[in-house]
Write a protein that binds this ligand. Structure first.
Ligand SMILES: NC(=O)C1=CN([C@@H]2O[C@H](COP(=O)(O)OP(=O)(O)OC[C@H]3O[C@@H](n4cnc5c(N)ncnc54)[C@H](O)[C@@H]3O)[C@@H](O)[C@H]2O)C=CC1
Ligand SMILES: CC(C)CC(=O)C(=O)O
Ligand SMILES: [Mg+2]
Length: 379
């Protein structure tokens, strides 16, 4: 198939891990006979320097032409003062393309079971999917798209105060909850909806919408759970969860916590999906769950697996290439089973290698699996 993929590597370790994911996509194209056109542009700090904005309008226009976006990470060590912030690139992309459903799967690899700080017996059977609402909530106070919704630091008398606004419409809740119930139907048919309904009005509305959508899906079991309880139960019994749906901020925090079930924040991929259809599926932005990790940037130390598994999600959700996506995941599994690890997961034993070598070993495994398949076909 032909596909146009927009690549936005960004800041810090973003370019290092994205390079590995792009090379994996190029290997998939070569082995499976696809033609992927890769177009790359600046986002984050370099874009602020070059274009005066964290993402340029022209870059957004190019993204609109693409089947999918592969994103690295944005952000620096220190926050810039009043000027544009690199993180605004993400918010503009999420808003522009109405990327409302952020899928973050957490499935610890067998070879890494000892890399998690949790004892192996607690991790047994863990396979969960977070569906994080991505288009609204506290993070969107500054955007003009929601008029009269303040987020600012201001003077009150001779002291300062700060305000952020948390706003959710019924429609914003309904579309993401519906996505979660539909996805649960393809898995173990269980949804946990996470909120803070004992305190927040937005959570009370969230619950009402969940109850309405749940009635349309009698085949799916479900429950409400308060976010503080969820944070605790994710560690005490992660295997009890199938699909977890929650609002933007809670989902951001809980998924960083859940990354440790997989051994490292460097392991988790994500897909941010909207509703625009592509020839193979749905348009989306794919990025690892971690940030720009400036503390280890340009040292060949970052774990590229979250980025590579994000590329696998891109193949599956935006291009409809399911066997290719599964082949990438199997190649990652094989590399880990062979004992190769970046330093963040090296305490599970094995051989510590750098970002680039891990990526090349995944590509090598893809080629080996392809040769084996060809041999099977000849027989
Ligand atoms: N999607 C994005 O672009 C995101 C951007 N950020 C931005 O990233 C910057 C740094 O934020 P932090 O709080 O430090 O979060 P972070 O996720 O970048 O790093 C947290 C810790 O995890 C480690 N880490 C992260 N990714 C890793 C990888 N692939 N392999 C091995 N270790 C890894 C880092 O070295 C660091 O010790 C900030 O400017 C923040 O705003 C944060 C989260 C997401
Ligand atoms: C810039 C941040 C809000 C991004 C983030 O932490 C995330 O999307 O996980
Ligand atoms: Mg985050």
């Amino acid at each position: 198939m032909n596909a146009l993929i927009m690549v936005l590597p960004g800041d810090g370790t973003g370019p290092e891990v994205t390079d590995q994911a792009v090379e994996v996509l190029e290997t998939v194209a070569e082995l499976y006979g696809h033609r992927f056109t890769i177009r790359t542009d600046l986002v984050g700090m370099d874009a602020i320097e070059a274009y005066g904005a964290a993402i340029a309008d022209d870059t957004l226009a190019d993204c609109a032409q693409a089947d999918a976006i592969l994103f690295g990470a944005v952000g620096g060590l220190t926050q810039v003062g009043d000027g544009p912030r690199p993180e605004q690139a993400l918010f503009r992309l999420r808003t522009e393309f109405e990327l409302f459903a952020n899928l973050r799967p957490v499935r610890p690899f067998g070879a890494l079971i000892d890399a998690s700080p949790l004892k192996p017996e607690y991790l047994k059977g863990t396979d969960l999917l977070f569906v994080r609402e991505l288009s609204a909530g506290l993070y969107y106070g500054h955007l003009e798209t929601v008029p009269g919704k303040p987020s600012e630091i201001r003077r009150r008398g001779n002291r300062m105060e700060a305000i952020d606004t948390l706003l959710y419409t019924e429609d914003q809740i309904e579309r993401v909850v519906r996505t979660a119930f539909e996805l649960a139907g393809t898995r173990r048919r269980n949804v946990t909806s996470v909120d803070k309904a004992n305190v927040l009005s937005s959570s009370v509305l969230w619950r009402r919408v969940v109850e309405r959508v749940a009635r349309e899906h009698p085949e799916v079991t479900w429950e409400h759970m308060l976010v503080d309880t969820c944070a605790m139960r994710l560690i005490r019994n992660p295997a009890e969860f199938d699909v977890v749906v929650t609002e933007n901020l809670f989902g951001d925090i809980l998924t960083d916590e859940a990354s440790m079930l997989a051994g490292s924040i460097g392991m988790l991929p994500s897909a941010s999906l909207g509703s625009r259809r592509t020839p193979g599926g749905v348009f989306g932005l794919y990025e690892p769950v971690h940030g720009s990790a400036p503390d280890i940037a340009r040292q060949d130390r970052a774990n590229p697996i979250g980025a590579i598994l994000s590329a696998a999600m891109l193949l599956r959700h935006s291009l409809g290439l399911h066997p290719e996506a599964a082949a990438v995941e199997a190649a990652v599994e094989a590399v880990l089973a062979d004992g190769f690890r970046t330093e963040d997961i090296a305490y599970a034993g094995g051989t510590a290698i750098g970002t680039a070598e891990l990526g090349s070993r995944v590509r090598e495994q893809l080629a080996i699996a392809d040769q084996q398949n060809q041999r099977w076909r000849q027989w």
